[in-house]
Design a protein around this ligand. Structure first.
Ligand SMILES: Nc1nc2c(ncn2[C@@H]2O[C@H](COP(=O)(O)OP(=O)(O)OP(=O)(O)O)[C@@H](O)[C@H]2O)c(=O)[nH]1
Ligand SMILES: [Mg+2]
Length: 294
């Protein structure tokens, strides 16, 4: 029996739907999704296993011009994908012609591995617009296979997945066949809480927040979790807590429901807020939070 295996790395501008597609391929909500840009901050591997293949999907942060050390580390995750791709999947949406870091287009163009240009969100455009998009991309990336999809409407997803499996290189599995991701349980706890903060707060609050899970104790019938929401300033702490603690209570309830679905178990969640001044620019703190791994 021939066995296929490889890294399928998804890159693109912020908010194009990279995480939505990753979750569809994996069949579980590994990556958080919100309408805000810069939702994903890490490189998250989703491992799709079958008897004769293992497809490792890598979701990455959207491409941006770094404004501080956190951004720089996020872009390091994107750059790593150029080193270990077996298939490179560049995702765009309608009229998404310029990468936020234009130097990366050169790297994409000179990709040594099969390149797939995915045009997502085609539910938002008509056939004529789609055809002009396809013509544009054929011209810019003559080496790419072009795949229009709608992640939200599940259009062309199974077909794209089958095509990727078709062109995966022959080789042994990289990970044990029962493994779903490279990230530990606490990572998903942090991300679920961060998703609720992205959804419930405006402006700079979500971007100033990091979540750290200090304890994760799994018992027979319940998981007891204690997590800290880090903010950069005192005023932000007040906003997260809210009037009489209403806001943080709300975040806690929404997060707990998602965690119970994710872990398939009852969850007790203790949430606290702490100020950690300028963590986004501190090498030590970033390292502690799982960034700057190079
Ligand atoms: N209309 C439409 N919206 C979509 C589609 N796919 C994703 N979205 C929406 O686009 C937004 C961004 O989706 P994400 O999957 O978080 O995008 P991302 O590329 O991972 O974003 P970052 O992590 O911030 O770079 C969300 O509101 C999704 O619901 C689609 O096919 N059609
Ligand atoms: Mg994302």
């Amino acid at each position: 029996m021939v066995h296929k295996s490889g890294f399928v790395n998804i890159i693109g501008n912020p908010n194009v739907g990279k995480s939505t597609l990753t979750n569809l391929f994996v069949g579980k909500k590994l990556s958080i999704i919100t309408p805000k840009a810069q939702t994903t901050r890490h490189r998250i591997l989703g491992i799709v296993n079958s008897e004769n293949y293992q497809m490792v999907i890598s979701d990455t942060p959207g491409i941006i011009k770094p404004a501080h050390k956190l951004h720089k580390s996020m872009m390091d995750f994107v750059n790593m994908t150029f080193e270990d791709s077996d298939i490179l999947l560049y995702m765009v949406e309608y009229k998404d012609y310029n990468l936020k870091d234009s130097s990366l287009l050169k790297k994409i163009k000179s990709s040594k591995v099969p390149l797939i240009l995915v045009i997502n969100k085609i539910d938002c455009i008509d056939q004529i617009k789609l055809e002009s998009e396809i013509d544009y991309w054929k011209e810019v990336l003559p080496n790419a296979e072009i795949w229009p999809i709608s992640a939200i409407e599940n259009f062309n997803i199974e077909e794209l997945k089958n095509r990727i499996i078709d062109i995966l290189p022959i080789g042994p599995a990289y990970f044990p066949k029962d493994q779903l991701t490279d990230k530990p349980e606490r990572f998903f706890v942090n991300e679920i809480i961060r998703e609720k903060i992205l959804i419930n707060f405006k402006k700079e609050i979500p971007y100033s927040v990091e979540v750290v899970t200090e304890s994760f104790e799994e018992e027979l019938k319940i998981i007891k979790i204690r997590s800290i929401i880090m903010v950069e300033r005192n005023s932000q702490k007040g906003i997260i807590i809210g009037h009489k603690g209403d806001a943080i209570k709300n975040i806690g309830t929404q997060s707990r429901i998602d965690m119970e679905n994710f872990f398939n178990k009852k969850v007790f969640l203790d949430l606290q807020v702490k100020v950690n001044k300028n963590w986004r620019s501190s090498d030590i703190e970033l390292k502690r939070f799982g960034y700057n791994q190079k």
